[in-house]
Write a protein that binds this ligand. Structure first.
Ligand code: NAD
Ligand code: ZN
Length: 407
């Protein structure tokens, strides 16, 4: 049909002609929970490695220090035939940029990676983003296997199809969509994760809980204090449930429109998972990355919840419940240097990113949300009041808690 149309066109207009090409690319990847992944008797990782092409294993300095030896032993014990090269990539949010992606590509050249080669990334969200983009670019795309070692990596960065690095002062401005071959989750990596980074993961979990999963919200609410300790003994089961429910919540939303096809879905950029991700890119950048991603997300969630309450979308009790959870997880709900004018001024860039609408996610209950689409509905006055209220909230809450305790 299209060919015929093309022929007709070339006949009628001499040199001009038209051909249309259409292709559908199917993606499938597995997310597998595998406690004890690096133990000598676990062959999961090795069984995924190809024996007919070299692979590059990328770790960060901390994952190498903590897990490098076990990883090398495990790989050597089961896969003596594999042609493996290693790279230790020092990376943080402040330098999650194209230079790091190119460094991985350079190492891939040295390691003689071929089309069938794989890049295995063992690290947090920053390393996964960098390696994911490198794998997309190298030879126009080679396979990646992800082994997330942070909670954010396990429930968010490792399980979707987006990669991105910061560019020209904007968060994740350069990136790609590319699925991994497999994502292997071992919750025991969290044993060594510093508390602050664990809290950041809990912020993403609270995000999913608030807009997608009442079950997860109840779990976080019930165990908020215990979840910040080492994941052992009685809380081990809860931690595994938290990871599973968070992943299920994330995937149930992502899989609705994995590749953000706006040609197929008119509301592509009205995404519940963007809860906590409207103001946070500005907050991260404006703080010079002093605020970690999860902390910026926590502040953004607090602002959004307070806005939802003031706009009559969310009832007072639920608003307090969500703020309380964020607070009990040890996360900030306010950044003292936050200027409402600057926050408001950052939003047109969000509108550009979301194809013309703000789509600010406003929770309307636990597990449900609505979207504020029009930036003009978000006045500077309202934003200023919300920011001021959140600044005072911990003190007000403290007084309230003390009064309750005295009763
Ligand atoms: N692409 C996506 O879809 C997506 C989704 C969510 C978040 N992200 C990105 O992820 C990043 C945040 O990820 P993150 O919180 O994992 O940060 P991170 O990658 O910086 O890791 C946090 C710190 O913990 C260290 N570390 C990692 N694993 C450890 C372990 N098991 N024990 C001890 N230390 C360990 C790291 O070396 C690092 O210093 C942000 O850049 C965010 O934009 C991307
Ligand atoms: Zn996030």
């Amino acid at each position: 049909m299209q060919e015929a149309a093309g022929r007709a066109l070339s006949e009628h207009r001499g040199e001009q002609w038209l051909r249309s090409v259409r292709a559908v690319r199917e993606e499938r990847y597995d997310i597998l929970c595998r406690p004890g992944l690096l133990s000598r008797d676990d062959e999961t990782l090795v069984s995924l490695l190809r024996t007919d092409a070299p692979a590059l294993v990328v770790m960060t300095p901390s994952t190498d220090r903590l897990y490098g030896k076990a990883l090398r032993h495990s790989l050597a014990a089961h896969g003596p035939g594999a042609d493996l090269s290693f790279m230790i990539l020092a990376c943080s949010e402040a330098d999650k940029m194209t230079e790091q992606v190119l460094a991985v590509c350079r190492r891939a050249v040295e390691a003689r990676l071929a089309r069938r080669s794989q890049i295995v990334c063992v690290g947090g969200g920053v390393a996964l983003d960098i390696c994911g983009l490198a794998a997309t670019l190298f030879r126009r795309g080679i396979c990646q296997i992800r082994v997330p070692t942070t909670l954010i990596g396990m429930i968010d960065a490792g399980i979707g199809v987006k990669n991105g690095v910061n560019f020209d002062g904007s968060k994740s401005l350069l990136g790609s969509f590319s699925a991994c071959e497999a994502c292997l989750i071992d919750p025991s990596f969290l044993d060594t994760l510093p508390r602050r980074h664990l809290q950041c993961g809990l912020a993403e979990s609270a995000k999913i809980a608030t807009v997608c999963s009442p079950e997860l919200f109840d779990l976080l609410d019930m165990h908020a204090d215990g979840l910040l300790g080492p994941i052992c003994g009685t809380l081990l089961g809860q931690t595994h449930d938290l990871i599973r429910l968070s992943i299920e919540g994330t995937l149930s939303e992502l899989s609705l429109n994995l590749f953000e096809r706006r040609d197929l879905f008119p509301n592509t950029y009205a995404r519940k998972l963007d809860f906590g991700h409207t103001f946070s890119p500005y907050l991260e950048a404006a703080s010079g990355h002093i605020l970690l991603h999860g902390e910026a997300v926590a502040i953004d969630m607090a602002v959004s919840v307070e806005l939802a309450y003031r706009l009559g979308v969310l009832d007072r009790a639920t608003r307090t419940r969500v703020l309380d959870l964020i607070y009990r997880l040890g996360l900030p709900i306010h950044w003292p240097e936050l200027r409402p004018e600057a926050l408001r001024a950052s939003l047109p860039s969000v509108v550009r990113h979301r194809d013309g609408a703000l789509n600010l996610v406003l929770p309307s209950g636990i597990g449900t949300a609505t979207f504020l689409k029009d930036l003009r509905e978000l006045s500077l006055n309202l934003l200023t009041e919300v920011v001021q209220d959140l600044a005072e909230w911990p003190a007000k809450k403290g007084a309230l808690d003390n009064a309750r305790a005295r009763r």
